[in-house]
Design a protein around this ligand. Structure first.
Ligand code: HEM
Ligand SMILES: *[C@@H]1O[C@H](CO)[C@@H](O)[C@H](O)[C@H]1NC(C)=O
Ligand SMILES: *[C@@H]1O[C@H](CO)[C@@H](O)[C@H](O)[C@H]1NC(C)=O
Ligand SMILES: *[C@@H]1O[C@H](CO)[C@@H](O)[C@H](O)[C@H]1NC(C)=O
Length: 525
């Protein structure tokens, strides 16, 4: 009817219009189907915890509960703390890391169960990636590889070995103090976060790679260290990719770290080993200890699953991967802890006075020498250190992956095999249930009485159980040597650039101060 009234000239136009219309209709149908598909996909995905009757914050399309962290607006530690605080009466909270359901653990008895009592069912951290890209290291490796590595490398971290290594730390502390003297003569206000990092980088280079670096005078080196730091500690979207497709990095043989990093550390390790002709040279650093281990034979262990023997070739790649993780885990964590400690000391004069008194007294006993034995005598320092790590636990969050379907004791809940359990130190440490007036800095929380009245898992800055931080002693010793030497000569004061309320940098993997910590270093009379 419509057509008969039209001349043929318009026919082609009409067909064209119809064609467009048809295309449009197809598109509309396809889009609707896709939307419904996605809608049902996400509805099912985000129904996971509801179906299990586990409470949790409302997830957002694609991002789950991590929108602010994915956008790098908030540190993931803060995001998980908010989810934790939102459900005061729950023992566990169901969250979604993008589309992956994970279980946030609040109840400390369940924390203990997972981390300690049933550790054998929760060995993996769930962050494994390609072994060729530095992945064969203690922190990232899973399962049997981890177990074998941990057994083999634990003897490197005994107090005896550390004591033998501590001369490297005390020497570096003298250089550090000279550097501080020169700097503060010109400008007494310094960013102590950057400052103490020069100390820990020097130490870890000396201990992990046997390198005596002069970071205070070598501008090129300083730049290189900063580049490496960025590549290790600024979060990349590989993290999110792994949340969307768990295990993808291992499957596509990809590393969490760029090629530049793996090449750099492989080369470094190879050169040091070559330099030492493959044998220890009496420096007593980690590289010496590793080479000593290697002389004792290859790394062997049993596979848990079938009791067959697992043999790890003790080659340069495995050595490089461990030296890399000692480096990465060794300097930033301690530096940040020290910076937060100085920040709280500047804000809490009475605590600083008390600590200075203790330092002066102990140093007098040891002829003014900051030695390994001397720092073991600093008991108030231990409390201050622990209280600092309570308020600012550097690693957030701890992770353990269920190896089987696991019935949670005391709850009507089965954690499905493969589910990641998240244990959030920041949230636990600032929970008024465990620490009254939690935002207050008070070292007396670590008096023997107060410690005795708390759940053993209420303070977990180094994690807990068989997979806790292997470098805890090392961290304590290097931090104490640095702080003791610094405070024997300076006191710290806040300035108008010092943050009243600490903010965490969302663009770092670990918890660290946003914009540094600017304090005035005042020479002591
Ligand atoms: C204040 C300083 C430090 C803090 C707060 C810290 C914290 C942690 C935490 C929370 C973990 C995970 C533990 C768990 O999952 O239960 C960890 C693991 C680890 N840390 Fe540290 N750490 C520090 C210093 C160091 C140092 C100095 C080294 C090495 C020299 C080191 C090497 C490691 C390694 C290799 C692991 C993996 C252990 C494993 O999976 O078997 N850390 N650290
Ligand atoms: C520390 O060094 C000394 C001297 O070389 C050595 O005899 C001792 O065995 C070392 N201690 C440890 C625990 O390795
Ligand atoms: C994985 O990548 C490394 C280089 O990054 C390469 O040497 C290795 O052969 C690769 N392995 C597989 C299984 O593709
Ligand atoms: C300090 O914290 C560590 C780690 O939680 C703990 O092992 C140690 O006993 C604590 N020290 C004091 C004095 O509470």
């Amino acid at each position: 009817m419509f057509q008969t009234k039209k001349s043929t000239i318009f026919d082609s136009e009409l067909i064209y219009t119809l064609h467009i219309f048809q295309m449009f209709a197809y598109l509309l149908v396809a889009l609707t189907a896709l939307t419904y598909g996605l809608y049902y996909y996400f509805k099912t995905t985000y129904n996971y915890w509801k179906k299990k009757n586990v409470a949790g914050p409302e997830p957002m399309f694609l991002f789950g509960n991590l929108f602010e962290s994915v956008m790098r607006k908030k540190h993931s530690g803060t995001v998980f703390k908010e989810a934790y605080d939102q459900f005061p009466n729950e023992k566990v909270v169901g969250v979604y890391r993008m589309v992956t359901p994970s279980l946030l653990i609040k109840d400390l008895d369940i924390v203990k169960q997972i981390m300690i009592k049933d550790f054998d069912l929760f060995v993996d951290r769930g962050v494994e990636f390609s072994k060729q890209g530095l992945g064969a290291n203690l922190f990232h490796a899973d399962g049997d590889t981890w177990r074998v590595l941990r057994n083999r490398f634990t003897p490197l971290f005994t107090s005896g070995k550390l004591k033998n290594m501590s001369y490297l730390m005390t020497n570096a502390a003298e250089d550090f103090l000279n550097y501080v003297d020169t700097l503060t003569k010109e400008q007494p206000v310094q960013d102590v976060y950057t400052l103490v990092r020069t100390f820990t980088v020097t130490i870890i280079s000396a201990c992990a790679f046997g390198l005596d670096i002069d970071i205070h005078n070598d501008k090129k080196l300083l730049k290189r260290v900063a580049t490496i730091d960025k590549l290790i500690f600024e979060p990349t979207y590989f993290f999110e990719l792994d949340m969307l497709y768990p295990g993808v990095l291992k499957k596509i043989n990809s590393s969490l770290f760029p090629k530049l990093i793996s090449t750099f550390f492989y080369e470094l390790a190879r050169n040091v080993i070559l330099d030492r002709k493959g044998a220890p040279i009496g420096r007593k650093d980690f590289m010496d200890l590793i080479l000593e281990l290697r002389q004792q034979g290859e790394i062997k262990g049993m596979r848990r699953s079938d009791e067959t023997e697992l043999q790890l070739d003790f080659n340069e790649d495995v050595i490089a991967a461990q030296a890399f993780i000692f480096y990465a885990a060794g300097y930033e964590t301690s530096a940040t802890t020290m910076a937060f400690m100085l920040y709280e000391l500047a804000k809490n004069k009475d605590v600083q006075e008390k600590l200075l008194e203790e330092i002066d007294e102990v140093l007098k006993k040891y002829d003014g020498k900051v030695t390994y034995d001397c720092i073991s005598d600093l008991h108030y320092m231990e409390k201050v250190f622990n209280e600092t790590l309570r308020l600012y636990p550097i690693v957030d969050t701890l992770q353990r992956r269920a190896m089987i379907d696991y019935k949670v004791p005391g709850l009507d809940l089965v954690i499905e095999k493969g589910t990641l359990c998240l244990i959030p130190p920041l949230a636990i440490h600032r929970d008024a249930k465990h620490y009254p007036d939690p935002e207050k800095f008070d070292p007396e929380r670590f008096s023997p009485e107060n410690v005795g009245n708390r759940h053993p898992c209420a303070h977990i800055p180094f994690g807990t159980g068989p997979r806790n931080c292997i470098g805890m002693r090392f961290a304590k010793v290097q931090s104490r040597i640095c702080i003791t030497r610094l405070l024997s000569k300076y006191r710290v004061e806040p300035t108008d650039r010092t943050l009243k309320i600490m903010q965490f940098n969302p663009k770092r993997v670990v918890i660290s101060p946003n914009g540094g910590i600017h304090l005035k270093l005042v020479p002591r009379a």
